[in-house]
Write a protein that binds this ligand. Structure first.
Ligand SMILES: Nc1ncnc2c1ncn2[C@@H]1O[C@H](COP(=O)(O)OP(=O)(O)OP(=O)(O)O)[C@@H](O)[C@H]1O
Ligand SMILES: [Mg+2]
Length: 299
């Protein structure tokens, strides 16, 4: 656990007889963006609430900066910034006042960075919070977080409510924090967000981690999509190991190939004289869908 900024080991959480988390182990290393992804109700926020010391785990361990999240929450929070997906603010304060209040509560915050961020997020700090839209409330939390001098950012679906332009600003902010060696736990079910930003990804489903690794590692578990046209009619594909979903359309063959069988399949195809070959990399989306459909049992 020593090298990690944040680590959980076999974390469990029961709500009465309902098991919301079962043996959840994740770790976020220094300078890393860790994508915590899973469908609705998978247990992302429950895990995060435990990490924040807002909810007591039923079992297992969770540490941030080497400190126990429940026992030493106050110490941990001095170096931690958190953004929820659904931001609640004091209705009678303006956005600017709330940002300043958050900053003072934390003790350390960068005034210059705050002004930059307000500009980047096109945020008007002069309105009362009760009048802000969901996206604007989100911006208050994001500006507060990124103008803090936290070492760890815990972001629970932080961009729900942001438009695509603002989403991009958010991504730049994350990249900048990372470049400064900060660590980020980013929960999401937006796969494109995770794919672009994260060094490693953990996939949670029904309270269990079903996959962890770098995007490269996870991609090996997925299939490459091939489109081929050959001089001779291409036969014998369906009998090959690792070949899936073979379809023919106007003399062009579409197929999916498991990463580890790609070389043999290519050898087979090249024997027929390749005229055209297109290969599409497996997307995280494909991987995710396979887990959704197959219950993760296909591995
Ligand atoms: N206080 C609670 N009491 C009982 N059940 C709860 C409580 N909090 C969460 N749960 C249940 O635990 C499971 C995990 O919920 P959680 O909010 O962690 O999911 P999530 O991955 O954050 O989902 P989403 O993407 O929708 O935010 C859900 O089935 C939820 O209903
Ligand atoms: Mg949630």
């Amino acid at each position: 656990m020593i090298m990690s900024v944040l680590a959980t080991q076999s974390l469990t959480k029961q709500f009465g007889s309902f098991t919301a988390l079962k043996d959840v182990s994740i770790d976020v290393r220094e300078g890393e963006v860790y994508g915590f992804i899973g469908p609705n109700g998978a247990g992302k926020s429950t895990t995060i609430r435990i990490l924040l010391g807002a909810l007591k785990a039923s079992g297992g361990r969770a540490e941030i900066f080497g400190k126990d999240v429940w026992q030493e929450a106050v110490e941990i929070h001095k170096r931690l910034a958190y953004v929820p997906g659904d931001v609640h603010l004091w209705p009678n304060l303006t956005g600017g006042e709330v940002i300043d209040l958050f900053g003072r509560m934390r003790g350390s915050y960068n005034q210059k960075r705050k002004d930059e961020l307000m500009e980047l997020f096109s945020f008007d700090p002069s309105k009362k919070c009760r009048t802000y839209s969901k996206g604007n409330r989100q911006k208050v939390a994001l500006i507060s977080a990124f103008s803090s001098e936290a070492d760890l950012f815990i972001l629970d679906e932080p961009t729900s409510g942001l438009d695509p332009l603002m989403e991009r600003v958010f991504q730049e902010c994350v990249a900048q924090e990372k470049a400064q060696g900060k660590s980020i736990l980013l929960s999401s079910h937006i796969l494109s967000e995770v794919e672009r930003l994260c060094d490693r990804v953990g996939i949670i489903r029904e309270g269990e981690m079903i996959e962890t690794g770098t995007l490269e590692e996870l991609r090996h578990l997925t299939r490459t999509n091939l489109t081929v046209k050959t001089k001779e009619p291409l036969t014998g594909l369906t009998g090959l190991k690792g070949v899936h979903d073979v379809r023919e359309e106007d003399g062009t063959v579409h197929l999916q190939v498991d990463g580890e069988e790609l070389e043999l399949v290519m050898k087979h195809i090249s024997g027929y004289g390749i005229v055209k070959l297109e290969s599409a990399p497996p997307t995280l989306e494909d991987l995710f869908m396979r887990h959704y459909e197959g219950g993760g049992a296909e591995r």
